[in-house]
Design a protein around this ligand. Structure first.
Ligand SMILES: [Ca+2]
Ligand SMILES: [Ca+2]
Length: 271
């Protein structure tokens, strides 16, 4: 499957671990909750699916070998990318500085002529283009995303974490087997997602940079912007050729916090 086509960098999708919450019965697929910072989360039930892409798929990467995955636990996933306004609540309450602010290196932002460049002046508060509180937060590292989850977990006394890549792909597919949730034709993308545009061209999807979250159709599982707008972070570390033909389960490839530091490969604010 073609993953999220990015404009710039990563953002947070939060998985709310169902296993940690005492409930009388399993929620229905698609049932939603709203949390204390205004995030909506939708329940995704356990299930099996084929992860990866067929060799014939346009844009497929060599490591995307298809293999069966069984997710043994249901989970709640944020219906939208985490917004600037939601991230600001975390920053203010925790007095948090992102990796890019702490080391002064910033991140990849948009300069005066519309090109992407790495510069210390670009942070989640100033990516080089205008964002309102309803836009997805950008220029956050994996560490920043993890810190947001820890803060939210402590605040609500519930377990928040990033989704595994398998959970993300299962949720993104929404039971489809095509390259995109709407089919296989990339020409249709601007009707379904905010994708990257050439700086001088009028964007077919209406947005040169990020769009406010939820402006395009949601997928069958009730999730918005899984294609396009910004990338989402996953919990797992990226390892080339890590897909195996053997059956995998939900938690098999999650890495512990201590394995990943500020200098991991995702430092450029993308993975
Ligand atoms: Ca666009
Ligand atoms: Ca996205």
């Amino acid at each position: 499957m073609i993953k999220s086509l990015p404009l710039i960098v990563a953002v947070i999708a939060v998985t709310f671990g169902f296993a940690t919450v005492v409930m009388a019965k399993e929620p229905k697929q698609g049932s939603e909750i709203k949390n204390s910072v205004g995030m909506r989360l939708v329940y995704t039930p356990p299930g099996k699916f084929t992860m990866g892409s067929p060799e014939s798929e346009q844009g497929r990467e060599s490591q995307e070998s298809q293999h069966e995955v069984e997710l043994t636990k249901g989970f709640y996933l944020g219906t939208h990318e985490v917004t600037v306004g939601q991230f600001r609540q975390f920053v203010r309450d925790a007095k948090y500085q992102t990796d890019g602010q702490r080391d002064g290196k910033g991140g990849w932002g948009v300069n005066e002529v519309g090109s992407i460049e790495m510069n210390g002046k670009y942070t989640w508060k100033s990516p080089g283009f205008k964002q309102t509180d309803d836009h997805p937060v950008v220029l956050v590292s994996w560490n920043d995303a993890k810190a947001f989850c820890r803060w939210l977990s402590e605040k609500e006394k519930k377990r928040y974490r990033l989704p595994s890549e398998a959970e993300w792909e299962f949720a993104c597919r929404g039971a489809t087997k095509t390259a995109y949730t709407f089919g296989n034709d990339p020409q249709q993308l601007p009707a379904f997602a905010n994708v990257g545009d050439r700086p001088a061209a009028k964007p077919k999807d209406g947005y040169h940079q990020t769009a406010p979250v939820g402006q395009f159709k949601r997928n069958a599982f009730g999730l918005y912007d899984m294609h396009g707008n910004v990338w989402e972070w996953c919990e797992d570390r990226y390892v080339p050729n890590s897909y195996t033909p053997e059956k995998q389960t939900q938690d098999s490839d999650l890495c512990p916090d201590a394995d990943v530091g500020a200098t991991n490969a995702c430092w450029g604010r993308k993975c």
